[in-house]
Ligand binder design. Structure first.
Ligand code: THU
Length: 170
């Protein structure tokens, strides 16, 4: 038996004021996205904003549904929109924040497992990492160099039969 260990390196800032102006700007866009959340069931609004490879910013928010599993997290709303609308651009950074009545938003929100899996595959598609900037409405901000850092031992699809990658396969 060999005991092994995984370490995750990330940056922790005491407040948004410590961030690079570009990252602060991205978080402000995520704040603005909170207004576009459709969260009548959880009342938990999540705002996301991406910096694209051409330097532009796009925003998105969680979109819920009365059939709860049909709801989509802010991160995946936004990644799908970028991929469908601007397929020639890639995502360099993603900022995420959250708010809601009576909710303590003074610490960062970590993306859910499904979003981590999705983010990891976007990194594969882009062949470069996606920086994550995680923040509440106040308090510390965490910055991860790569979304994959949040999902070690992930399912990467390499075990799938080759035909699963081939649209003409059976
Ligand atoms: N949510 C996100 O949008 N992103 C996450 O990473 C975690 C959860 C949303 C989904 C749902 O609309 C609400 O937050 C409560 O789970």
């Amino acid at each position: 038996m060999t005991a092994k260990e995984i370490r995750i390196a990330y940056e922790s800032y005491t407040s948004r004021m410590e961030l690079y102006p570009q990252d602060r700007e991205l978080l402000s866009a995520a704040d603005a996205a909170l207004d576009t959340a459709h969260a009548p069931y959880s009342r938990f609004r999540v705002g996301a904003a991406v910096r694209l490879s051409d330097g532009s910013i796009l925003r998105g928010a969680n979109q819920e549904n009365a059939s709860f599993p049909a709801g989509i997290c802010a991160e995946r709303v936004l990644l799908s929109a970028v991929s469908a609308v601007s397929p020639h651009l890639s995502v360099s950074s993603l900022a995420i924040t959250y708010a809601g009545e009576g909710i303590d938003s003074s610490h960062p929100l970590a993306p859910c497992g499904v979003c981590r899996q999705t983010l990891a595959e976007y990194e594969d598609r882009y062949r470069h990492p996606i920086r994550l900037i995680l923040s509440g409405q106040a308090g510390i901000v965490q910055v991860f160099t790569s979304a994959c850092d949040l999902l070690p031992f992930r399912f990467s699809g390499t075990e799938l039969p080759v035909s699963a990658f081939d649209p003409s396969g059976t």
